[in-house]
Design a protein around this ligand. Structure first.
Ligand code: BTN
Length: 236
């Protein structure tokens, strides 16, 4: 997709690897794909489990210099959802959802490099997507899988579909920020008009995202602009 592609069988975490490289001064554009991760990381310090051959697991590393970083991970979600399938929705801030279950997640990290005029930031955009459905255990609702929507899809064909548009989306984000992604996010927003609860306990109705990618929630105390919180939704 317009950058070097590296595929490995096993690694601790594709994000951790590209962050290590960036700290060591290796800041080239690269797409690192792993069949398996032994220490996959999710947002908010959580883990992320991918299954060999049944998940798509990769990180894209590139230098980025947007005027404003807010909304980057949401823009990534928009691009992925649009490339994958019309029925892939977005749960703020950047989970991919299908029918109220999680299909995939995004973890964006950045590292600074260089000094003075040569200084900049390297972005590591990590993506994990469930491809094959997980066997039902009865213990908990299994997450969504891309094959629920498209039985013929594999990790390889999904990556072929989303790689180039993702790189293009990151370049568009660098040039124009989140603005061109706002309406596209809102068109796939699964929380829209639903009752949500914020991690501080506040309840309200979700009303899409702002131009900066904040979640707008109508609460008893008025409209709240949520920039960092966890949002849960009551099951339908
Ligand atoms: C989340 O939903 O909390 C984000 C999950 C992100 C998982 C991907 S898998 C590839 C990359 N490497 C990691 O360790 N994490 C991301």
């Amino acid at each position: 997709p317009g950058c070097a592609v590296e595929v490995v069988d096993e690694i601790d975490s594709t994000n951790s690897e590209l962050m290590r490289r960036a700290r060591a001064g290796r800041t080239g554009r690269v797409l690192l794909v792993a069949r398996e991760q032994t220490a996959g990381r999710g947002r908010l310090g959580r883990g992320w489990v991918s299954r060999a051959g049944e998940s798509l697991t990769f990180s894209l590393g590139l230098k980025l210099a947007p005027a404003d970083w807010s909304g980057l991970s949401l823009a990534v979600g928009v691009s992925l959802a649009e490339s994958l399938h019309p029925q892939v929705g977005l749960k703020w801030p950047n989970d991919l959802w299908v029918a109220d279950r999680k299909l995939g997640g995004i973890l964006v990290e950045t590292a600074s490099f260089g000094e003075g005029a040569a200084a900049g930031r390297y972005a590591v955009v990590g993506v994990g997507i469930n491809i094959a459905p997980r066997p039902e255990t009865g213990l908990s609702t299994p997450p969504a899988a891309l094959q629920d929507l498209d039985p013929a899809v594999t990790a390889d064909t999904a990556l072929q579909r989303l790689g180039a548009p993702l790189l293009a989306a990151l370049e568009a984000f660098e040039a124009y920020g989140f603005t061109p992604f706002q309406a596209r996010f809102n068109a796939r927003d699964v929380l829209r008009d639903r009752e949500v609860q914020l991690s501080d306990g506040t309840a309200g109705t979700a009303h899409g995202v702002s131009e900066a990618g904040a979640l707008l929630v109508h609460t008893a105390a008025g409209m709240r602009t949520v920039t960092s919180s966890e949002v849960s939704v009551r099951p339908r």
